[in-house]
Design a protein around this ligand. Structure first.
Ligand code: CTP
Ligand code: CA
Length: 227
């Protein structure tokens, strides 16, 4: 049985994986975030660990328990995630950015709770965050880089643009609004896109199974073997 006798085909590999949302403070009690649950990233971390990899999981705030045997690095903001990921980059041989990193943060978070009568907030000044994956794409040496694309429309067109823009080897495209798919779901239906322009559609599957298939494809990319 696979659960009792897992493949150990990730032995000797060092996987850096990001998961979950980030939170960007508005004031000490409020933040901007997104609907990422972290389930896909945690499933990948758990699957790779079970297959023999050394795994570092950099995670934004989630309701999940970190998988046993994985080095866990909790973060809150996009900037903290950037520092944690870039600091581990040279250690890694594979990076999977499954996190839903905030694209913007409040420019001037308030030091004290904003009171609705004294400081009614009717608009927020926002500044862009760094694109971590793009930065890794520019800095990489020998690492395999994997990105995710969360989309609500024109899934493949948007995902193809991201594959190019970020310089990744493989991109997992996710319609986050489809039934049984995306944020919070225990199942997912994804496309895997490659640099040669090909795309593979996976059926609706538990995130655990999607995780193992993504790990299979990453190995195939490097060995040229189909597993
Ligand atoms: N990503 C990142 N740093 C950011 C934003 C995104 O590393 N500041 C990574 C995500 O982890 C994911 C990939 O980039 O692997 C694509 O994220 P996504 O939000 O789908 O795309 P964006 O490039 O941010 O574009 P948009 O949100 O406008 O669709
Ligand atoms: Ca984004």
């Amino acid at each position: 049985h696979a659960a009792l006798h897992p493949r150990r085909d990730w032995t000797g590999r060092r996987l850096l994986i990001s998961a979950g949302p980030t939170q960007e403070a508005i004031d000490p009690v409020r933040f901007i975030s997104n609907r990422s649950s972290g389930k896909m990233g945690y499933a990948l971390a758990e699957a790779a660990q079970a297959r023999g990899a050394e795994v570092v999981l950099v995670s934004g705030p989630t309701a999940l328990t970190p998988p046993a045997g994985v080095e866990f690095c909790p973060v809150t903001t996009a900037e903290e995630m950037r520092k944690a990921v870039t600091g581990r980059f040279s250690w890694s041989d594979t990076v999977i950015m499954a996190a839903a990193v905030a694209d913007f943060r409040p420019t001037q978070p308030a030091a004290q709770k904003l009171k609705k009568r004294q400081h009614p907030v009717t608009s927020l000044g926002l500044s862009p965050t760094e694109d971590i994956l793009k930065e890794l794409g520019e800095r990489r040496t020998t690492q395999v880089l994997v990105g995710f694309a969360a989309e609500t429309e024109d899934l493949l067109a948007h995902a193809r643009e991201k594959l190019q823009a970020k310089g990744v080897d493989l991109l997992v495209a996710n319609d986050v609004t489809a039934a049984g798919s995306g944020f919070g779901s225990d199942t997912n239906r994804v496309f895997i896109l490659y640099r040669d322009g090909s795309a593979e559609e996976l059926p609706l599957l538990p995130k655990r199974d999607v995780a193992h298939l993504i790990l299979d494809r990453i190995l195939t990319l490097q060995t040229g073997r189909r597993s």
